[in-house]
Design a protein around this ligand. Structure first.
Ligand SMILES: [Zn+2]
Length: 499
């Protein structure tokens, strides 16, 4: 077995233990009855599915095969390697997602190590997630540089009219089907360029429709200690040159889970914040001890923020569209925003008018959009997977029914307007590229860099907020594989100002 399989064996799983994140509240419809925590039967079913996959050889190939070395790889010429004093290294990027790390968590005085890393490197004031501000749409945006209407993951759960099936983020048999995932993730692009890649639980499929997979793949498992994740990343870093990944992607959900469970202002969030900060420190220290801080770029991102929903104002759908309206809903997508598909027999215009009227009368509470009226800035209309009617509550408001009330509601949530301050994500990086940026800023003076950067007395640089669809192009640039980059929604030349 190659060193790709150095992590514990994959187990069946569900993303996020707290299924509240996207728990719909219009229960009573058949799809809601399926949103219960997994029964033993379901777990066994998934286990059986997993065994079938193993038998098919798909995962054996993924997990056991050695690194692919393409003859056209520009990084295997030998001329681009650097030494850390003992070993040769090629350009290497580690990108770590800390789920649900709201941008202003960094102002709490609880993340000295992340701030220290950012002072030695750089950070952005915040990073704007795509709409909807949910985990799966945003992790795939980070991987592909695409908005939801382009990459197809339009919520954590949604109905696809083309295949007449439902996407479930927390069911492997659903969400690992490559057909759901459009666009080219950075690990696929890197693979095309001949680079070795490693994926530690990043939300998304193990394979794309073209059959591409990361060289090393560790599937999701909940409650994996941060030390194990650190050790896995460093084991990859410590591999021999010809087996070592140049792009490592890693995912950590504990802070998001804490935010849902007890709210963004809770002691549990602060404690977990300290733990992920220590994880960042350990990673940085391990790179430092290997003399790799000038060779490896490490990028910390989050997918979205978190807002307090412990005492929300409830909006009762039955008050708006009536009991008959609730019964006429065939599919309900997403949470806390709500995409509605009514039964073919329903008078859709009637219910849409009722929703629009209620929104007009309560503009502070929620908005109602169709594909034609959806704000352009959401980039959330040009895809048939996006339900024809979308209700988007404002922060502080929750859509529910009288039968549901506020039962089972989480203390924190996200999924709201991607311009809202509590929804903003974070970006912190350190490595040779941040050193280059600082040199560039100092050398080229303010006229060229006046709008996006400023320095402070402690030599820190803070970028203005940018959107997370720019990350794909950044990683392409850091790996030197821009020529291979797929089309994406990132701004052309965005990083050229700095690198
Ligand atoms: Zn998330």
């Amino acid at each position: 077995m190659s060193s790709g399989g150095i992590y514990p064996k994959p187990k069946p799983f569900s993303y996020h233990d707290n299924a509240e994140e996207e728990e719909g509240l219009l229960s009573g419809t058949s799809e809601h009855s399926e949103r219960q925590p997994w029964s033993r039967k379901k777990v066994v079913g998934v286990a059986a599915f997993f065994i079938l996959l193993l038998i098919s050889g798909a995962f054996i190939r993924t997990l056991l095969r050695g690194p692919i070395v393409h003859p056209n790889s520009m990084w295997y010429t030998g001329s681009d390697t650097q030494t850390n004093g003992t070993h040769e290294f090629k350009r290497t990027v580690v990108i770590v997602s800390i789920d649900g790390l709201r941008a202003d968590y960094l102002d709490r005085g609880l993340t000295p190590h992340l701030l220290s890393i950012s002072k030695n490197g750089l950070r952005a004031k915040s990073m704007r997630p795509i709409f909807p501000t949910l985990t799966f749409p945003n992790h795939w945006a980070l991987m592909t540089g695409l908005y939801a209407e382009s990459h197809g993951i339009v919520a954590n759960n949604f109905w696809d009219p083309a295949s007449k099936t439902e996407f479930w983020y927390n069911r492997i048999e659903s969400c690992w089907k490559s057909e759901w995932w459009f666009g080219e993730p950075m690990w696929e692009t890197a693979g095309k360029a001949g680079l070795i890649t490693a994926n530690l639980m990043w939300p998304g499929p193990p394979k794309t429709t073209s059959g591409a997979s990361s060289t090393y793949f560790v599937p999701w498992e909940d409650h994996v200690p941060l030390k194990n994740k650190h050790d896995q990343i460093m084991k990859w870093i410590d591999l021999p040159l010809r087996e070592r990944p140049q792009l490592i992607m890693a995912y950590e959900p504990s802070l998001d889970q804490a935010g849902h469970k007890t709210g963004p202002m809770s002691a549990l969030v602060n404690k977990t914040l300290g733990a992920v900060d220590a994880f960042a420190k350990d990673l940085q220290e391990s790179l430092k001890s290997r003399n790799l801080t000038d060779i490896v770029d490490i990028v910390f991102v989050s997918d979205h923020g978190m807002t307090d929903t412990s005492d929300p104002e409830l909006i009762y759908m039955d008050d708006i569209i009536g009991e008959d309206g609730l019964k006429a809903i065939e599919h309900e997508d997403g949470w806390p925003a709500m995409g509605l598909r009514f039964l073919p027999t329903a008078n859709v215009t009637h219910y849409l008018n009722l929703l629009l009227k209620a929104s007009d009368e309560n503009p502070e509470k929620f908005d109602v959009y169709t594909h034609d009226t959806m704000p352009e800035r959401y980039h959330f209309s040009h895809h048939e997977r996006i339900a024809p009617i979308y209700i988007i509550p404002k922060i502080g408001y929750v859509l529910t029914t009288k039968a549901e009330g506020n039962v089972g509601m989480s203390k924190g949530n996200h999924g709201y307007d991607n311009e809202a301050t509590p929804m903003q994500a974070m970006f912190i990086a350190h490595g040779p590229f941040t050193t280059d940026v600082k040199a560039s800023v100092k050398g080229q003076q303010k006229d060229k860099l006046n709008t996006n950067w400023h320095s402070t007395s402690n030599d820190a640089f803070i970028m203005d907020r940018f959107q997370n669809v720019e990350i794909y192009n950044l990683i392409m640039k850091l790996l030197g594989i821009e020529a291979y980059a797929a089309n994406n929604n990132g701004t052309v030349g965005f990083w050229d100002k700095y690198l």
